[in-house]
Design a protein around this ligand. Sequence first.
Ligand SMILES: *Cc1c(COP(=O)(O)O)cnc(C)c1O
Length: 430
Amino acid sequence: MTAPFPALPELAGQPYFQYRNNVLYAEDVPLDHLAGQLGTPLYVYSRAALKAAWETYRSAIGQRPVLVCYGMKANSTLAVLKEFARLGAGFDIVSGGELKRALAAGADSSKIVFSGVGKQAWEMRDALAAQVKCFNVESEAELHRLSEVALDLGVRAPVSLRVNPDVDAQTHPYISTGLKENKFGIAIESALDAYRVAQSLPGLDIVGVDCHIGSQLTDITPYFDALEKLLDLIEKLDQTGIRIKHLDLGGGLGIRYTDETPPSPKALLDRVFERLNARGQGHLQLVLEPGRSLVGNAGVLLTTVQYLKHAEARNFAIVDAAMNDLLRPALYEAFHGVRALRPRAGKPTEYDIVGPVCESADWLARQRLLTLEQGDVLAVESAGAYSMAMASNYNTRTRAAEAMVDGDKYYVVRQRETLDDLLRGESTLP
Ligand SMILES: *Cc1c(COP(=O)(O)O)cnc(C)c1O
């Protein structure tokens, strides 16, 4: 008898999570042990997997002038940030809150870039006080505000303009950001004018050009559609006497959730530098802002089967994790693999894996062949990115705990929220 999924030795793209004697391990820690000790739902990360993902970038870079700024909105848990800070990463932040987290994790602020369409004055002040590397500015109005805030503090703000190159990243519409109709960036046709405005403002110092075209890109072509347009812009800027120091191509490299074959950092970098050199811009520093590809396959979400429900049209495994813990399936109909921590022999049944939240969108996986009993613990794969970071308290559910495995040890890196935590700060009328 061969069960269809557990027969595979490793999870899709997650080599640090493997079966040994029919028990799923994270590195050298059996996950059923962790679930027993810490309860579920539980996020588990592998420190070695984080390091390995970082290494794919580091080794691809070699001696080339590249700064990798971890796109920390993918997973902003302090322990995760700390690992990347230790490895020498910079950070791409999108809020004053993320700045605070990055600094708390020991980030080198000279390697922080600040992205986002809606920066408020206080966020600009905090980032200027921290002396971040660059503000990725997304509108003319933001240029004016930033210049004023900087002058107020008696400094000049280093800026790149986030240019919207109008390329189709060929990814899910909710995570595509480089098309004309997206809210992000400054249209490529208006970019030169916006740079002139930036040049005229006394509180700004132009340092770069930036773009970020989307997420979960599994094809390299859109990057190069964007790159050629940015290089055209850089040439025009040169002619206008505006010399930039760095080119930021954003994040977006995809990961394997099931059978995708995303391009490697090396494939991307080799071709980017080939193009930069071919167009006489080999001196530019390249900035990348990868999020998902550094963390996505370094984590799983453990969840316990509460009930098996055999309805007429479907079989449901109702588990203790829900859309408030992992929103991606509800938000993008995203696919996450699901495995039992201790796969059972026996004929598999097709299940929809659903949570207890009162929404039909509350599902984690659909139509998966599994052999399950009540009380079994499952691992939801590829849950390191945009998972805990998007967790909410919907249905007054506490957010899950998080653990990081390191060899045969594990550390609780975020305690499970308590119900008292949820009520804190609320009051009723007298
Ligand atoms: C979300 C985001 C990233 C990271 O994207 P990934 O697809 O996770 O690599 C990088 N830069 C910006 C501006 C972002 O908004």
